[in-house]
Write a protein that binds this ligand. Structure first.
Ligand SMILES: Nc1nc2c(c(=O)[nH]1)N[C@H]1C(S)=C(S)[C@@H](COP(=O)(O)O)O[C@H]1N2
Ligand SMILES: [Mo]
Length: 568
C-alpha cells in the first residue's frame, strides 16, 4: 500500500484544529479590536541566545566571599535582610545575564512527567549567584529523595513542590510525615540543631536569642501539642487552570491538585509566651514578621522568605513554634529544626527554617505578604491589577475534595458508588456536615457522622460514603461541606476563579461513568462480557458481539408500532 501523503500544501499550521478548538491556547494570538480592522498582536519573544556580561559580573566580586554561609552549621543559609549591599550585588549579577523563559504549562499542555516541572530558572539563578547557594538545588533534591514517600507527585523539582497521589491523601486521618505535601519557595537549608538559635527582636521590650534547649525548657514555656491541618492556598488550583488560566502571583507556581493539604500533630510552644518573656510588645507593635532562612528570588532580587501575622492571632495562642511533627523531629523538608505553625491560616504563614521573629507595626511589606497570596476580584488581571486590589489571604474558607473515584473513571456498582475525600474549614471553624450529590448538585445526601473522622477545631475531617446512584451513564459527583458557622462552598469553579489562582473552594466535581449492575439488563450484558472473556474496559472500544439477536429484533417490530407513523 502506498504511504499516505503527509506533506500536502496548506496555509494552516499542523495543529490548526487544536488551536481553533482552544486546546493549544498558548499559540492563539491576542486580537486587538480597538481599530476598524482586527489586528493580531505579536508574542513576547525570548532571545534564542542567552546573554552574559562577564565583565560586569566579575566586577561584583567573588561570590565565595560575598555570599558566604551566614552561620557555622547552617548549610545553604545566606542572610539578605540585614545586608542591602549583598542584595545589590546579587541583583547586579542576575541583571547582567539572561535566563531561559519559564515553560508555558497553563495554556499549553501540562508535561506528562514526574517531576512535572523541573524549575530550571530557579536552579540557574542559584548557580548564577553562586557562593553558598551553588549547592542548594542538589542538597534540596537529595532531601526530597531521603525524606519523602516514593509515590509523591513532584509538581516542581526545585524549589520542591510535591503532593501525595489521591489514593494516599486521605488514606489516614493524620498524614504520615513522608506523605505530607511540601511547598517550598526556595532550597532546603541543612541546619545543625546544636548550632541553632533564633532571634526575637523588633518592637519588644527585651530582644533576645533562643536556642532550641531554651524553648524546650518546660520550666519556662508550657509545652503545646496540637493536631493541625495545613492547607496551601493553591490547593486544587488545577481546576482553575484547566478551565480558566491565570498567573499565580505566588512564584514559582505549582499546578496543585487536591493534595496540597495535610494534617499532623505538632509539638512546640506558643509564640505568645516567648514574646511575654521578652517583656511584651512596645511602641504599638501589631504584627509579627517571620523570617525563613532560605533564599527566595523575585524580580531578579534575592531575599529571605518573610511573612507576617497580626498580634491578635498570636495573642490567642494560635501561633506555635514547633519542633516536632507526629512525634518525630521536624523533617528537614518541613522546617527542621524550628518552624512556625499558624492554626487555621493558609500554609504560607507557617514559616519553615525560622531564624527570626520581628515585632513590627504594619503587616510585612515583603513580597510574599504584600504582592503574593492576594485574592483578586474577577475583572482584575495582568492588564489592570494593583496589589491593593487583592485581599491578603489569611484564613481559608470552607472547602472539600473527592479523592476517590476520579474523573473519567468507569464505575460498575450495585446502586451505590464508594466515595472518599476530605473536608476542611479555616480560621478555627470545622466541617459540621459533608454532603455528596450524584446529579451535579441538585439533590444531596448527607454523609452519616460515623463516616466522618474526628471533629477538631483546627483539622480537616476525612470521610467515606457509599453514594446512592441509580442512573447510568455519565454522572457528576459533587461534594460540599458546611462548617460550624453554616458557611458552605460556591457551586461552580467560575465563582472561585481569580487571577492569582488561589483559594479554589468551589464544590469539587468529578465526572464518572455509572454502570449500575443492580439493573438486570446491565447485569446480563456484563455476564456476556465475562462469558466471552472480553474485557469491558475501555468503554470506548466498540462492542465485539451483537447487542441483540436478529430474532429478538424482529419480534420487537412485530409487537410494536413501526418506526414511522401513518396518517389515519
Ligand atoms: N521558609 C519557608 N516557609 C514556608 C514556605 C517557604 O517556601 N519557605 N512555604 C509556605 C507555604 S506557601 C506553605 S503552603 C507551607 C507548606 O508547609 P509544608 O511544606 O510543611 O507542607 O509552608 C510555608 N512555609
Ligand atoms: Mo502555600
Amino acid at each position: 500500500m502506498p504511504p499516505f501523503k503527509t506533506m500536502i500544501p496548506t496555509n494552516s499550521r499542523p495543529n490548526e484544529w487544536k488551536i481553533e478548538q482552544g486546546l493549544a491556547g498558548a499559540e492563539l494570538p491576542v486580537i486587538d479590536m480597538t481599530e476598524p480592522e482586527n489586528k493580531s498582536l505579536i508574542f513576547q519573544v525570548f532571545p534564542e541566545k542567552l546573554t552574559k556580561d562577564e565583565e560586569a559580573i566579575k566586577a561584583v566580586g567573588d561570590p565565595e566571599k560575598l555570599f558566604v554561609r551566614e552561620r557555622d552549621g547552617w548549610i545553604g543559609f545566606v542572610e539578605w535582610e540585614n545586608h542591602p549591599d549583598k542584595k545589590a550585588a546579587a541583583h547586579k549579577i542576575l541583571t547582567s545575564q539572561t535566563f531561559p523563559p519559564n515553560p508555558e504549562f497553563q495554556l499549553g499542555p501540562i508535561p506528562p512527567t514526574n517531576p512535572v516541572l523541573p524549575g530550571t530558572r530557579w536552579k540557574l539563578w542559584h548557580h548564577a549567584v553562586g557562593g553558598e547557594l551553588t549547592r542548594v538545588p542538589d542538597d534540596s533534591w537529595n532531601c526530597v529523595l531521603k525524606e519523602k514517600h516514593k509515590d509523591m507527585l513532584h509538581l516542581l523539582q526545585f524549589p520542591y513542590n510535591g503532593e501525595p497521589p489521591k489514593r494516599l491523601v486521605t488514606d489516614k486521618e493524620i498524614t504520615p510525615n513522608n506523605l505530607h505535601f511540601v511547598r517550598n519557595h526556595g532550597g532546603i537549608p541543612i541546619i545543625d540543631k546544636d548550632k541553632f538559635s533564633f532571634m526575637m527582636d523588633g518592637l519588644v521590650a527585651r530582644p533576645r536569642e533562643y536556642t532550641l534547649d531554651d524553648l524546650m525548657d518546660e520550666s519556662r514555656f508550657p509545652r503545646m501539642k496540637k493536631t493541625i491541618t495545613i492547607q496551601c492556598s493553591g490547593t486544587r488550583r488545577i481546576e482553575q487552570i484547566l478551565k480558566y488560566p491565570g498567573q499565580g502571583d505566588e512564584i514559582p507556581q505549582a499546578p496543585w491538585a487536591e493534595g496540597a493539604i495535610g494534617t499532623a500533630e505538632y509539638t512546640g510552644i506558643s509564640l505568645k509566651k516567648v514574646i511575654k518573656e521578652c517583656g511584651g510588645l512596645i511602641e504599638g507593635a501589631k504584627h509579627l514578621e517571620f523570617y525563613g532562612c532560605e533564599t527566595y528570588f523575585k524580580d531578579d532580587k534575592c531575599m529571605n522568605y518573610l511573612v507576617s501575622v497580626p498580634w491578635s492571632k498570636v495573642k490567642a495562642n494560635e501561633v506555635m513554634l514547633a519542633w516536632e511533627m507526629n512525634g518525630e523531629p521536624l523533617p528537614r523538608i518541613h522546617g527542621y529544626p524550628l518552624r512556625i505553625v499558624v492554626f487555621g491560616y493558609i500554609g504560607a504563614r507557617s514559616v519553615k527554617w525560622l531564624y527570626r521573629v520581628k515585632a513590627i507595626k504594619l503587616p510585612s511589606r515583603a513580597p510574599v505578604q504584600s504582592a503574593e497570596y492576594l485574592y483578586f476580584p474577577q475583572q482584575v488581571g495582568k492588564h489592570n491589577l494593583k496589589m491593593t486590589d487583592g485581599i491578603q489571604i489569611q484564613e481559608m474558607p470552607v472547602s472539600s475534595g473527592i479523592m476517590f473515584p476520579w474523573t473519567k473513571q468507569v464505575i460498575i456498582h450495585n446502586g451505590k458508588i464508594r466515595c472518599k475525600g476530605w473536608a476542611y474549614s479555616g480560621g478555627g471553624r470545622w466541617p459540621e456536615r459533608v454532603e455528596l450529590s450524584a446529579d451535579g448538585g441538585f439533590n444531596w445526601y448527607t454523609i452519616p457522622l460515623e463516616n466522618l473522622s474526628k471533629k477538631r477545631r483546627w483539622t480537616w475531617r476525612t470521610w467515606s460514603y457509599d453514594l446512592p446512584c441509580d442512573v447510568e451513564g455519565w454522572v457528576e459527583i459533587v461534594v460540599r461541606c458546611w462548617d460550624n458557622a453554616m458557611n458552605t462552598q460556591p457551586p461552580e469553579i467560575r465563582t472561585a476563579w481569580n487571577w492569582g489562582l488561589h483559594v479554589t473552594h468551589s464544590c469539587h466535581r468529578i465526572s464518572v461513568y455509572s454502570v449500575n449492575r443492580s439493573r438486570p439488563k446491565t447485569d446480563t450484558r456484563l455476564k456476556e462480557f465475562e462469558d466471552a472473556g472480553i474485557p469491558f474496559a475501555p468503554i470506548t472500544v466498540p462492542l465485539t458481539f451483537p447487542s441483540q439477536t436478529w430474532d429478538d429484533y424482529e419480534k420487537f417490530w412485530r409487537e410494536n408500532d413501526p418506526r414511522d407513523a401513518e396518517d389515519d
